[in-house]
Design a protein around this ligand. Structure first.
Ligand SMILES: NC(=O)C1=CN([C@@H]2O[C@H](COP(=O)(O)OP(=O)(O)OC[C@H]3O[C@@H](n4cnc5c(N)ncnc54)[C@H](O)[C@@H]3O)[C@@H](O)[C@H]2O)C=CC1
Ligand SMILES: O=C(O)[C@H]1O[C@H](OP(=O)(O)OP(=O)(O)OC[C@H]2O[C@@H](n3ccc(=O)[nH]c3=O)[C@H](O)[C@@H]2O)[C@H](O)[C@@H](O)[C@@H]1O
Length: 480
């Protein structure tokens, strides 16, 4: 029996190990973390993350071949394969601050593995890391190795939040990179054997270490680039009367381009796109490739532009001021079906509106008040550090109230901003919302989910990303 341990019980470590446990009943899988509250939650009925289907999988395996523990040292020492799925946020200070990946958590995990190991181990990079990280990790491990053989593999994760379980059960591909030595190839074979229990062999790709590490950064950069591309078109659509949904549909019909991941939005969020592209930019700069660095930097800049453009549109439409006005924010998570708020565009939009002195009433079905207040009052890049390592008790923002119902949020509001595409926002009684709002009543749909014609008939002034503007908005152009 191969004993598997995963360091880091987060959005990746938890669901990934739960699915491995489900599909490999003869393997013992232990997920360890330094965060006591996180492990306590994994062992309770209230899992620490919201992810459709996750609870079922955990309930099927927990206590049988899936365990969650804070005893990092013991389980690392006893395991054959150690996945490292700790967070790799953007550095907030020192060399490369604001761009480079912070490998503090990774390094401390590697040092711990080196310190406690008494038998040979396969160490798997599950976290997203800069290219060549495996080389640095090898140095840390072998420095203290006492004759123990460590094989490092890169096995980046491609799941998306909100669909993690489906993505894990039926992945487009599993990527495993290793050393091109006989020992490296043997380690690849062992890990391949784990995935082969449910993933068809032709979807398990093996490469050298550096290709695997770089492919992860490249995949996220390509995905984010699609969103910035369609979002840049959305601005041009608004200026010309074209409709971005029609343009994306027509463009995506070309099989070389494809229809998926072309939804214009208020901007992409999430813990990875921005940080991984910044990391890629930094790696390019360090390798003397400024043109390549600038090319990818534009993907982030267009994303920032899109968020600013949305705020400007709100303010300019409402007579150039939102000071003292109540604005309802529907949705705070970075996408639907998750409670994760890391790098959500809602943070920048809310901060932009607060900068113009608005009063915000926020509702998200999966995000609580404490989280929203922390997000709005924290500095950029602090968001992606584990909760227990974030700055303690940031002061709450008085002009922000968090409510547990969309109707409450919109009562007496001057405007509604939809920032997450939760399905329930499509089904709201907009007539009831309109009746209880100040007039003129505005809807700014940052996710293009409302039935625009229906809302206009009710009496709303409606703005959607990249759609033909109604007369009111044409008369009040937004200044970029
Ligand atoms: N969130 C996502 O959808 C995806 C994330 N990734 C990558 O996976 C990695 C992990 O991401 P998340 O799971 O979202 O992060 P997370 O922040 O949810 O989880 C990381 C966990 O590692 C723990 N940790 C940190 N240092 C530790 C140590 N020395 N020993 C034990 N535990 C430690 C933290 O307490 C935390 O619970 C990152 O590199 C990320 O880029 C990759 C694909 C998808
Ligand atoms: O490395 C990672 O962390 C992961 O990053 C993304 O997954 P995730 O961030 O969870 O979610 P996505 O579905 O990619 O959405 C990211 C952001 O883009 C936005 N988006 C997505 C698609 C789209 O067409 N338009 C759009 O604005 C979403 O609303 C969200 O804010 C990738 O999709 C995963 O493959 C990758 O493993």
């Amino acid at each position: 029996m191969v004993k598997i341990c995963c360091i880091g019980a987060g959005y990746v470590g938890g669901p990934t190990m739960a699915v491995i446990a489900l599909k490999c009943p003869s393997n013992q899988v232990i997920v360890v973390d330094i965060s006591v509250p996180r492990i306590t939650a994994w062992n309770s009925d209230q899992l620490p993350i919201y992810e459709p289907g996750l609870e079922d999988v955990v309930k099927q395996c927990r206590g049988k071949n899936l365990f969650f523990s804070t005893d990092v040292e013991q389980h690392v020492a006893e395991s054959d394969i150690i996945f490292v799925s700790v967070n790799t946020p953007t550095k907030t200070r020192g060399l490369g601050a604001g761009k480079a990946a912070d490998l503090t958590y990774w390094e401390s995990a590697a040092r711990l593995i080196a310190d406690v190991s008494k038998s040979n181990k396969i160490v798997v990079e599950k976290s997203t890391v800069p290219v060549k990280t495996a080389e640095a990790i090898e140095k840390i491990l072998t420095h203290n190795s006492k004759g123990i053989n460590f094989q490092i593999l890169s096995n980046p994760e491609f799941l998306a939040e909100g669909t993690a379980i489906q993505d894990l059960l039926n992945p487009d591909r599993v990527l495993i990179g290793g050393r091109e030595t006989p020992e490296g190839q043997k380690a690849i074979k062992v890990l391949k054997g784990v995935y082969a229990q449910w993933v068809p062999e032709d979807r398990i790709i093996t490469t050298n270490l550096w290709s695997a590490e770089l492919s992860k950064l490249a995949a996220n950069a390509f995905l984010a680039q699609r969103i910035s591309s369609v979002n840049s078109m959305s601005a041009l659509c608004e200026a010309t009367g074209a409709d971005v949904t029609q343009v994306a549909h027509a463009v995506g019909k070309d099989t070389r381009i494809g229809p998926r991941f072309l939804n214009a939005s208020v901007g992409f969020g999430g813990s990875c796109f921005q940080k991984d592209i910044l990391n890629l930019v930094y790696i390019c700069e360090c390798n003397g490739l400024p043109e390549v660095a600038n090319y990818w930097k534009q993907v982030i800049e267009v994303n920032d532009y899109q968020k600013n453009r949305f705020v400007n549109r709100v303010v300019s439409s409402m007579f150039n001021t939102v000071s003292g006005k109540k604005i309802a924010i529907l949705g705070f998570a970075f996408k639907k079906d998750t409670g994760d708020t890391r790098e959500t565009p809602a943070i920048d939009v809310c901060k932009g509106l607060l900068g113009d002195n608005a009063h915000l009433s926020i509702f998200d079905p999966q995000v609580n008040e404490d989280q929203i207040q922390r997000d709005i009052s924290m500095k950029k890049f602090d968001w992606d550090h584990p909760r227990h390592l974030q700055p303690s008790s940031p002061t709450s923002v008085k002009q922000v109230s968090v409510v547990w119902d969309a109707y409450e949020a919109t009562k007496n509001a001057h405007a509604v901003c939809i920032l997450t595409e939760w399905d329930e926002f499509k089904k709201l009684d907009y007539q009831r919302i309109y009746d209880n709002m100040q007039k003129p009543a505005f809807v700014f749909d940052g996710r293009n989910i409302v039935d625009v014609e229906k809302l206009r008939k009710i009496g709303f002034i409606v703005y959607c990303i990249g759609k033909p503007l109604d007369q009111w908005l044409k008369d009040m152009p937004a200044v970029a």
